[in-house]
Design a protein around this ligand. Sequence first.
Ligand SMILES: O=C(O)C(=O)CO
Length: 352
Amino acid sequence: MRFWKLINPQVKQLFGKTSFYRAFTIMSKPKLLLTRDDYPRVSPAYDILEEMFDIDTYPVSEGRMPRDIFIEKLKGCSALLCNPHQKVDKEVLDRSGENLKVIATFSVGHDHLHLDEIKSRGIRVGTVGPVSSDTVAEYNIGLAIAVSRRFQQRHNWIASGEWDLKQTQTIISDIIGLKGATVGIVGLGNIGLETAKLLKAFKVSKILYTSRRVKEEGTALGAQLVPLDTLCAESDFIFVTCALTKDTEQLIGRKQFSLMKPTAILVNTSRGGLLDQEALVEFLKDKKIGGAGLDVMIPEPLPADHPLVQLDNCVLTPHTSSATKAVRDEKSSTSAENIIRGYKGEPMIYEL
Ligand SMILES: O=C(O)C(=O)CO
């Protein structure tokens, strides 16, 4: 009786329905953990994964998998397909056991993966590559316009029946558009570059960027490499598009906010950790900067009573800048393929 309780339900079903041999095969398959059960199964790679692995997952209807459950489920697994909110660090790896051979993340960013720890154990790691650059660049522009042209406030006027009253009282002297603006892009990587290309079409007057070196693609667009403080001081719109690393943590802090124009609009679709969020709340509250559009923040999910949510000059979205069907499908097939190739010892599509 006790032994029967320990057997996993899939195997129990097979004992009931088919042969002992089939149940034994499943028991002996390597284990794969998918950290959520809604990855679109758009590619034949998922059929292969099902053949190769005994798959465990977590229902997305329950929200994000809590860390303790993640650690428990990962024990004994040979492969992991995870999301950016699942931190894979020393503790997770120590407790996962020695079977883990391959990790694929369903994301472009990989700040949640502690690469030194992972690599020191000989585990291979794949990402989805620059699949979402155009989509996130579009979102950057969308957020910039939503904040600068006050979409949220204006929606609320209509919702509260105050259209006429408010519209006639609107002070528009501090509202700026993209045309003629100086825009600053923090980190001219794939997403930053696509954002710069789109901004050209909005007839901005100047594009500034920060980077470790002059970028040829930036020069071709007429963009100018400047120090971060200059970018903060001169830009009407600032787009944070760099990756989060030890060197970029809280890159935009109190000093940088204090350099910004009182009308400056800040957009961040990269990672919340790139900003000093407490300082940002203060600067937005005191109207020392114009506004912010944030798709990423700390923590995620952000509690509904967080001070950022109370601000009328801040537009928040729940980390969804890359969430189009096409991008999700591509992320899904690339990460599944990465697991298969990595487990077989072949080169992954994008490997770190
Ligand atoms: O792909 C990424 O890195 C994202 O943050 C999107 O979820």
